[in-house]
Design a protein. Structure first.
Lengths: 91, 402
């Protein structure tokens, strides 16, 4: 699937707000730790993705790596959100 | 300083409607967690819990009482009745002036709030029942206990999330030990298994959708329960003088604050509370045979708690038994320490150590004897009970065999 710039921008906007950074300071290869987003910030970001895109993100803080929702980098998160949005639209 | 005896115990929780049935379930390693049954449960992603089954309020309370008692108060009243009857105390008359009620709850009348928000917001009603406020207030249970049993001394409610009932029992202990009260009815209660109660927890993403597996490497979160645990803490000499049966001695208590994070636990704070309770009880680490863990089944709590226990007990940590009964009755939130104190009393009185059920895979970060899946017979002379709340508020009680 081709990168959807609008989803990407909206995800980056949410991450930037959570990290208290300008959007330009958030780059695709950065991890949440590098952005200074802790576990509570992550849960809040996921809530914001769900609200923004009307999706349901499968994520359990007890086993973050077990989930299909890849949070290893900003790019991975964008990909995961795009996938959920596509699934919603296909449904 | 006076010694403090436990002379009565009562409970209702997912494992049973009284102490004997609850202890039998703990002994058998029975699980009280199952599918949640209440309105709109299909709109939740978490649908399991340790719900009290077969509860019929009408068989215990009259209509006027039911109109004033939220479910958390109903549970408290039943557990108190059992505890007071076992103690044999009568608080009417002079005795009641020297006795009080200190109970813990995190949410108070959550179901009352839930039902009435639904009626005004969803159903658009413009009128609610006149008793909504006296039903939902956190001190409703403590106040009704004081009224029913004529307890006219110090009475109040403590709310420290998941440590509420340990804080309540710790304060009750300090009051009886200092001579400020001759006996205190103490423990805690919680009843938030309703749509709004679970929906709020769901948002934190720390709940398991399938089981509570404390200390197991494949644990994936906490499971909520409901119920109450209530005890009579009584001046030891007073109890002895009247020939009362003493279930156990409350020997020490300590509370600390992490002053760190609103949800993540801290090893240092937990460790200081454990060490503090031992010191307060004048117990050496080697004296303790059993630790009732906070053991929520979350990734964060269990490894932090094991590290805290390992450091507080030193070499002895490898010889003591630690279990989490939340695997069976779920996390009773503000009432959990009270329900779990029963496991400590069972260890001290009956020499039976309640297991941690649902244990499937060892976790190197929880490398203690967690009494996996099957109860154990072992003589124990001292035990501690941990509670570590959201907000970093820790409360640990130390008990000695009577």
């Amino acid at each position: 699937m081709a990168a959807n710039p609008s989803i990407r921008d909206r995800v980056i906007a949410i991450i930037a707000e959570q990290a208290v950074l300008e959007r330009e300071q958030v780059s695709l290869e950065m991890s949440l730790a590098e952005l200074g987003i802790d576990s509570l910030g992550l849960v809040e970001s996921i809530f914001a993705f769900e609200e923004e895109f009307d999706i349901s993100v499968p994520f359990n803080a007890n086993e973050p790596t077990e989930s299909d929702f890849d949070i290893s980098s900003v790019a991975a998160i964008i990909g995961a959100v795009e996938k959920l949005v596509a699934e919603k639209e296909a449904a | 300083m006076r010694r403090v005896a436990i002379t009565g115990a009562g409970t209702i929780n997912a494992l049973g409607h009284d102490v004997p049935s609850t202890l039998a379930a703990m002994r058998e390693g029975r699980c009280g967690i199952g599918p949640l049954v209440f309105r709109d449960v299909d709109r939740l992603s978490v649908r399991i819990g340790g719900q009290v089954r077969g509860w019929d309020a009408e068989s215990y309370f009259n209509r006027q009482e039911i109109s004033l008692y939220d479910r958390f108060t109903q549970f408290t009243m039943l557990a108190t009745k059992q505890a007071v009857e076992q103690s044999g105390l009568d608080f009417r008359g002079k005795m009641g002036f020297d006795c009080g009620v200190i109970l813990g709850t995190a949410g108070g009348g959550v179901m009352t709030s839930d039902e009435n928000y639904r009626s005004v917001y969803e159903e658009g009603k413009n009128r609610v029942h006149p008793f909504v406020v006296p039903k939902l207030m956190n001190n409703a249970a403590a106040s009704h206990v004081s009224m029913e049993w004529s307890l006219r001394g110090p009475s109040f409610t403590v709310a420290t999330a998941c440590a509420s009932s340990n804080h309540a029992m710790g304060l009750a202990f300090q009051m009886v030990r200092s001579g400020a009260a001759r006996a205190i009815i103490t423990g805690g209660s919680e009843a938030m298994l309703c749509f709004g109660g679970i929906k709020a927890w769901e948002g934190l993403r720390v709940m398991s959708k399938d089981a509570c597996r404390p200390f197991s490497a494949n644990r994936n979160g906490m499971v909520q329960g409901e119920g109450a645990g209530v005890f009579v803490f009584e001046d030891w000499d007073h109890a002895r003088a009247r020939g009362a049966e003493i279930l156990a001695e409350v020997a020490g208590f300590s509370m600390t604050s992490d002053a760190a994070d609103i949800v993540m636990p801290s090893q240092a704070g937990a460790q200081r509370a454990i060490a503090g309770a031992l010191a307060d009880a004048r117990l050496a680490p080697e004296d303790v045979g059993y630790v009732n863990a906070h053991g929520t089944g979350t990734a964060a709590n269990d490894k932090t708690e094991c590290a805290a226990v390992a450091h507080a007990f030193g070499h002895h940590a490898d010889r003591l038994m630690i279990s989490s009964t939340k695997s069976m009755h779920g996390h009773v939130i503000g009432g959990t320490g009270a329900v779990e104190l029963l496991a400590c009393i069972m260890a001290l009185r009956d020499g039976v150590i309640a297991p941690t059920i649902g244990y499937e895979e060892p976790d190197p970060e929880c490398a203690l004897d967690v009494v996996p899946n099957v109860a154990r017979e072992r003589k124990v002379t001292a035990a501690i009970s941990n509670a570590f709340a959201f907000g970093g508020l820790n409360a640990v009680l130390a008990l000695r065999a009577a």
